[in-house]
Design a protein around this ligand. Structure first.
Ligand SMILES: Nc1ncnc2c1ncn2[C@@H]1O[C@H](COP(=O)(O)OP(=O)(O)O)[C@@H](O)[C@H]1O
Ligand SMILES: [Mg+2]
Length: 349
């Protein structure tokens, strides 16, 4: 059995809708109108020990709901979940020893008390030996640079400082798995980088398994060897980020700079009416954006160099960020390259 096994899991929330009209409130009180929200439609995946997996998807896709089920906060409406051999919802206490969890938008620290008090409470809750506790606290607070914050009330910390403390709190009891739900949301570049470096270290050196949701592509590039994409409660991709880049990045931009505007204009004119090519000229610089599935790069370059010698020439593929948002927008089938086959193969791999 894998460390995490998710089998045809569903989560349906039942919400009550307030009726409209004069007696709406009253009617709702006695005869509430129920509506079902399918947050997770049906997902299956497994994660092995030591993996670091990005769990991506647009807002409302079902990411947090999945994490809440994996950590036992929510009970699945159908299917089965095993985490470290346990059913998280049924064996909540036992499974909490195996997992650490950080929600970027929620705190597990006691707001008005010094940071250290929350850590002490966690030591008690998880029955961490004093030796282990002091060892972990010393090691983690050094790497995360939070040593000087331990006596400060949580409410006085900046978001970046608090997040570092949250991550430390989640790891004090040496969990095997760390779930991170948008841990870098709202942080500045430096704070993000610090957190990434730490998470990378505990994955590499301690073999802690990671499942991470994020909207920051740098988090994924730096931390995750595997990417799962969920959309409308369904898993639409499970594979490497490289695979997405190789097979879905269809757009490429060539930027050519010239010594004179006449050459730039002449080059721009060559490509002005090609299908699948967009040309943008800015005095001495020509930017050519094209679809690699429709336009042959070497042909394009030959024509370009034929016309005038550029002073500088660079080529750039569509950014991963743009790519993933395009997959959110268009789905995996919206892709001109081999379409669904790729997604199916990737999932089968
Ligand atoms: N407690 C709840 N009650 C009703 N609907 C919920 C609840 N929690 C989440 N949802 C709905 O389930 C869907 C998935 O939410 P969520 O898992 O938070 O998405 P994500 O984390 O990917 O943004 C959304 O449509 C959301 O409104
Ligand atoms: Mg969420």
């Amino acid at each position: 059995m894998s460390l995490i096994e998710v089998n045809q899991v569903r989560k349906v929330f039942e919400t009550t809708v307030r009726r409209k009209g004069r007696f709406g409130t009253l009617t709702s009180l006695f005869r509430p109108e129920k509506r079902e929200v399918v947050a997770v439609e049906e997902i299956s995946f497994s994660i092995e020990k030591g993996e670091s997996v990005a769990y991506l998807g647009p807002n409302g896709a079902g990411k947090s709901t999945t994490i809440k089920m994996l950590t036992g906060i929510l009970e699945p409406s159908g299917g089965s979940i095993h985490v470290a051999g346990l059913l998280p919802h049924k064996n909540r206490k036992q499974s909490s020893y195996q997992i650490g969890v950080v929600f970027g938008q929620r705190s597990q620290l006691l707001f008005d008390l010094p940071v250290k008090d929350s850590f002490d409470l966690l030591r008690y809750m998880y029955s961490i030996t004093w030796e282990r506790y002091h060892h972990n606290l010393r090691e983690f607070s050094e790497i995360l640079e939070v040593g000087h914050l331990l006596d400060r009330p949580v409410r006085t910390l900046s978001l970046g400082q608090r997040m570092r403390c949250e991550i430390l709190a989640a790891l004090l009891h040496d969990p095997e798995i760390l779930f991170l739900d948008e841990p870098t949301i709202g942080l500045d570049v430096v704070a993000k980088e610090r957190i990434r470096a730490f998470i990378e270290k505990i994955n590499r050196e301690k073999g802690v398994t990671l499942l991470l949701t994020t909207h920051d592509m740098n988090d994924i590039e730096r931390l995750c060897h595997r990417t799962m994409i969920i959309d409308k409660g369904k898993l639409i991709y499970d594979g490497s980020l490289q695979y997405i880049k190789d097979n879905f990045a269809t757009e490429r931009q060539i930027r050519a700079a010239y010594l004179d505007a006449v050459s730039a204009k002449a080059v721009a004119e060559v490509f002005a009416h090609w299908e699948g090519i967009k040309v943008h000229t800015d005095e001495l610089v020509v930017r050519i954006t094209y679809d690699q599935t429709r336009v042959d790069t070497s042909e394009l370059l030959k024509l370009l160099l034929d016309r005038a010698n550029p002073r500088d020439l660079t080529m750039q593929d569509e950014s991963v960020d743009a790519l993933i948002s395009r997959i959110y927008r268009e789905g995996m089938d919206g892709n001109p390259k081999q379409q669904q086959r790729i997604a199916k193969e990737a999932i089968a791999q």
